[in-house]
Ligand binder design. Structure first.
Ligand SMILES: Cc1cc2nc3c(=O)[nH]c(=O)nc-3n(C[C@H](O)[C@H](O)[C@H](O)COP(=O)(O)OP(=O)(O)OC[C@H]3O[C@@H](n4cnc5c(N)ncnc54)[C@H](O)[C@@H]3O)c2cc1C
Length: 371
């Protein structure tokens, strides 16, 4: 997600990229498969490591990025109270929030439309709004040490866990072996790559089956691609940044074999001018199976959809489990998750319209279409 938001590169410049883990049992003996070992199972991403960087440096990077977008973050302020003005309609400035500067204790009142409670486990907003807390609390006390440590521990540049003689590894509790396995199985969840959305009626829903092993609601896997003409290497994630834009990605298969369906698709789509309106938050990408040639136009015998990339060794089509003789059209949501996927044929236009008309209004009339 940070990569698609254009933040990962800067973090990578400053971080310690940790790829190794180590676990010591209560006797100081190294034991594999426990503790953080599941982190070594983070696959299917270029970012297959723990990016270690002190929080204050990360915050600097995020603040600079916010500033570039004209957003100023005021800190350190504490929200101490707020008032809801019922007379103001939803969407209006109906919240009066009182904030206090941590050092000067100066108070100010901010008028706002929405109050987003992103204030942690002991959230003031949650308690003030009487929102119930799902989950359990612990009486355990935690100690966090942030400093430069001198150590003679072997493998000091690894992500290390040391089990206590009396409590084992308190982060995961006993029995360590079983939990090591559980964490390993949950590795895709812990890394975020395996998190998926259930189908809904608006943004994430299936319209076809048997086209791909990647379904609506799953994260679109990152795959290597080749640029036309220069044949430089790139990645699908790099070419689909999160600019609040949806991407229609046409995995065209082997063009020599998919020509009839690609032609049917092209013909049907050319009648739906709204799909190419530059004012809409929709962009097109075509991924052709096989290495790039001198001219995409010649390969396709026509103009391509949006920007074209080549899947030189078929690894992209294989990862998505797409039939090279059929191709498939994906819609990626701005956050990089799959919104829907449809056949690459004349039926696609109706299905794409069905998808986008759930949240875009005025589709048939270009100058009126909006989110
Ligand atoms: C020691 C430790 C190690 C961890 N290690 C990992 C790990 O390796 N991997 C992992 O995935 N997770 C880890 N976690 C968990 C992870 O840090 C949290 O789940 C995550 O930070 C929660 O994010 P959040 O945005 O909900 O809240 P937080 O990160 O807690 O952010 C809440 C923010 O709101 C601010 N705030 C609170 N009250 C107010 C108020 N009234 N007004 C204004 N601001 C307020 C706080 O100052 C804070 O800046 C760890 C947690 C701890 C404590």
């Amino acid at each position: 997600m940070l990569d698609q938001l254009g933040l990962a590169e800067q973090l990578a410049q400053q971080c310690f990229a940790c790829r190794q883990t180590v676990n010591y049992d209560r006797n100081g003996k190294e034991v594999p498969g426990r503790g953080w070992s599941f982190m070594e199972e983070m696959k299917d991403t270029k970012w297959d490591f723990a990016l270690v960087l002190r929080q204050k440096y990360q915050e600097d990077i995020f603040r600079q990025a916010l500033r570039r977008h004209g957003i100023q973050l005021d800190a350190p302020y504490t929200l101490t109270s707020f008032e809801l003005i019922d007379a103001v309609a939803l969407g209006g400035f109906r919240i009066l929030a009182t904030i206090e500067h941590r050092d000067t204790k100066a108070k100010s009142v901010v008028k706002c439309r929405y109050l987003v409670g992103a204030d942690g486990g002991k959230s003031f907003v949650r308690r003030a709004m009487k929102i119930p807390f799902d989950g359990s609390s612990t009486e355990d006390k935690w100690v966090r040490i942030d400093g430069v440590v001198e150590t003679d521990m072997p493998k000091p540049r690894s992500y290390a866990a040391i089990e206590s003689p009396t409590h084992g590894n308190v982060l995961w509790a006993d029995p360590n072996e079983v939990l090591g396995l559980v964490m390993k199985e949950a590795a895709t969840f812990s890394s975020g790559l395996g998190i998926y959305y259930e189908p809904d009626t608006c943004l994430t829903f299936s319209q076809s089956s048997g086209l791909s092993s990647i379904q609506a609601g799953q994260r679109a896997p990152d795959v290597p691609l080749q640029k036309p003409a220069t044949f430089e290497a790139t990645r699908l994630q790099t070419e689909t940044p999160n600019h609040a834009t949806f991407y229609i990605v046409v995995f065209a298969g082997e063009v020599a074999q998919t020509k009839p369906s690609l032609t049917a698709f092209t013909k049907a789509i050319s009648g739906a001018k709204w799909l190419f309106d530059s004012k809409l938050p929709v962009q097109w990408l075509s991924v052709l199976a096989g290495p790039g040639g001198p001219s995409t136009f010649e390969t396709l015998e026509g103009m391509p959809f949006g920007r074209v990339f080549y899947d030189e060794d078929h690894s992209a089509h294989n990862r998505y489990d797409i039939d090279l003789k059929k191709g498939t059209v994906f819609v990626f949501r701005p956050d990089g998750w799959v919104g829907t996927l449809v056949e690459m044929d004349e039926s696609a236009v109706g299905k794409l319209k069905k998808y986008f008309s759930r949240f875009l209004v005025g589709l048939e009339s270009l100058h009126k279409a909006k989110l």
